[in-house]
Design a protein around this ligand. Structure first.
Ligand code: IMP
Length: 200
């Protein structure tokens, strides 16, 4: 079975990917291949960051690899927080000690006070470096940012994001519904289709 590295140590993401590709690929995490460093993510786009991670593994370990990068884009803020989604509060000079997700959401909600355009989307880009070629798979889910946090599930900005066609936030909808429509699920489905189609 061919080895393919997923440049992540996120247990949930790995389990999801292994259940999709596990029959055909030996999917290894960064830890599995002995990569202990924090791979730099200094790109200006999700695509650049995803490629940076996948290329790092190829260059340092000689293994084919895919990596993902995700975030939230708010239309009224010109696409912010974007690649800064995970560190949006810090980017805005707000100190974060714990509850990082909560503080990030507070900063975002603060910027949107009085704003009528609440349109937003979550985006994922997966970059695959395979046999000397690079492929990209994008997934998005459109929705809106509400004015207060609702729900306990999920992570990140889930409590303030309502996907189009729903009234509940991602944090209220639960993992099953979210995983059926999420940006990440859509990008990963494209990756899986490509890999299965190519290597059946
Ligand atoms: P990552 O690239 O998947 O690690 O995501 C980067 C950041 O984007 C996270 O730390 C979250 O702040 C945000 N984000 C990405 N995906 C989601 C999601 O599905 N729900 C909520 N926030 C997300």
């Amino acid at each position: 079975m061919k080895t393919l590295v997923f440049a992540s140590n996120n247990a949930h993401k790995l389990e999801e990917i292994r259940s999709i590709l596990g029959g055909r690929f030996d999917v290894k995490s960064l830890k599995d291949i002995g990569c202990e460093v924090e791979i730099p993510e200094t790109g200006a786009t999700f695509r650049e960051n995803a490629l940076q991670k996948a290329q790092y593994v190829k260059e340092h370990f000689g293994l084919d690899c895919f990596a993902d990068d995700s975030g939230l884009e708010v239309e009224a803020l010109g696409g912010e927080p974007g690649v800064y989604s995970a560190r949006y509060a810090a980017k805005n000079g707000v100190a974060v000690h714990d509850n990082k997700d909560d503080v990030n959401m507070d900063v975002l909600l603060g910027k949107l006070v009085g704003e009528e355009n609440r349109k937003a989307r979550f985006c994922t880009c997966v970059a695959l470096v395979y046999e000397g070629e690079t492929h990209y798979f994008d997934g998005t889910v459109e929705g809106r940012i509400i004015t207060e946090k609702r729900g306990k599930g999920g992570f990140g900005y889930d409590p303030i994001f309502v996907p189009d066609g729903y009234e509940q936030t991602f944090a209220e909808l639960g993992n099953e519904v979210k995983n059926g429509i999420s940006h990440r699920a859509r990008a990963v489905a494209k990756l899986a289709k490509f890999l299965k189609g190519d290597f059946q």
